[in-house]
Design a protein around this ligand. Structure first.
Ligand code: F6R
Length: 262
C-alpha cells in the first residue's frame, strides 16, 4: 500500500486526476470504478478541466459506480445516478451508455444486484477503482461488519452514514435506509485502487484502515490485502497516522509503485 500525503484537497484532486489521466492515456478503453460523495469531486472536476484543455479525452472510457440508494426516484437530485450523470458522464464527455450505476429502483432488487455483477464481469472487470471512505471506515456502502467476501447486494445504511449524508438531501427529507452496493469482494477484484480522503473527520477511520488490523469492523482495512492500492490523503485526513515519516520518505525516494511509475 502506498500512502501519499498532500497539503490539502486541491492537491489530492490534482494528484488523483493526473494518475487517472495517465492510466487513460495508456489504456483509452479502461474501466474506471467511480465513487460518489464529496471526496472524489475535486478529482472529477480536475479531470474535466484537463479535458477542456484538450490534454485528455475519455471517449472510450467505461465507468461503474459503486453504489446507489434504494427507493429514490431515478431523477431525485441526491440519487447517485443523477450525481454521476452530472459530475462524471457530462463533465468528462463520456458516452452515457458507457456509464453504469446500480438500479436502486428496480422491481426486483436482488436481480438488479446480480445483473450489476454480470455487467462488471462482461466489461472485463475494473481497471482502476476510485474510493472514498466513510467516518466509520466503510468503502462503497459496505458498513462495519460487512462480509469481507461480499458481492453486490442490498445493505442497510448505518445511522452514522445516514446522518453524514443528510447534507446531500433537501431539508426535511430523510436519507433512504437501504442501498445497493458493490461488495467488498467485488471491490477487491479491481486491478488497482486509489482511495481519496480529505479532512480531519476521516482521520480516525484512515488510521484504523491503514495501520490497524484487517477486520470487518473497519471495512477499508481489507485494502491491506490488495496488491496495488494508493491512499491519497491531505494532511488533516492523515493526522492520526503514526508512520507518516515512513510514508513521506517513501514518496521522496520511490516515485513509483512496485517498480512501475505512478
Ligand atoms: C459513495 C461511497 C461512499 C463514500 C463515503 C464518503 O459512492 O462509496 O463510500 O465514498 O461515504 O463520502 P464523502 O466523500 O461524502 O465523505
Amino acid at each position: 500500500m502506498e500512502v501519499v500525503i498532500l497539503a490539502g484537497p486541491a492537491e489530492v484532486g490534482a494528484h488523483t486526476a493526473a494518475l487517472i489521466a495517465r492510466r487513460s492515456a495508456a489504456s483509452p478503453e479502461m474501466v474506471l470504478g467511480i465513487a460518489t460523495g464529496s471526496s472524489p469531486m475535486g478529482t472529477y472536476r480536475e479531470l474535466a478541466r484537463l479535458r477542456a484543455q484538450g490534454t485528455v479525452d475519455f471517449d472510450h472510457m467505461r465507468c461503474f459506480a459503486l453504489d446507489e440508494y434504494v427507493g429514490l426516484p431515478r431523477q431525485h437530485p441526491a440519487s447517485y445516478g443523477v450525481v454521476v450523470a452530472r459530475e462524471v458522464t457530462t463533465a468528462l464527455g463520456l458516452e452515457p451508455a458507457n456509464v453504469s450505476t446500480p438500479d436502486g429502483s428496480a422491481a426486483d432488487l436482488h436481480q438488479a444486484c446480480r445483473d450489476y455483477e454480470a455487467s462488471l464481469t462482461a466489461a472485463g472487470g475494473v481497471d482502476l477503482q476510485i474510493l472514498g471512505i466513510g467516518r466509520n471506515g466503510h468503502i462503497g456502502f459496505n458498513e462495519p461488519m460487512s462480509s469481507l467476501a461480499s458481492r453486490t447486494r442490498i445493505k442497510r445504511l448505518s445511522a452514522q452514514t445516514r446522518a453524514d449524508n443528510a447534507r446531500f438531501f433537501p431539508p426535511g427529507e430523510s436519507v433512504p435506509t437501504h442501498c445497493i452496493t458493490q461488495g467488498l469482494g467485488t471491490i477487491m477484484e479491481a486491478r488497482e485502487i486509489v482511495l481519496v480522503a480529505q479532512g480531519e473527520a476521516k482521520a480516525k477511520a484512515l488510521a484504523a484502515a491503514i495501520e490497524g488490523p484487517v477486520a470487518s469492523a473497519c471495512p477499508a482495512s481489507l485494502l491491506q490485502f490488495h496488491p496495488h492500492v494508493t491512499m491519497v490523503l491531505d494532511e488533516a485526513a492523515a493526522s492520526q497516522l503514526t508512520l507518516t515519516d515512513h510514508y513521506r520518505s517513501d514518496e521522496e525516494s520511490t516515485p513509483c509503485f512496485a517498480g512501475r511509475p505512478l
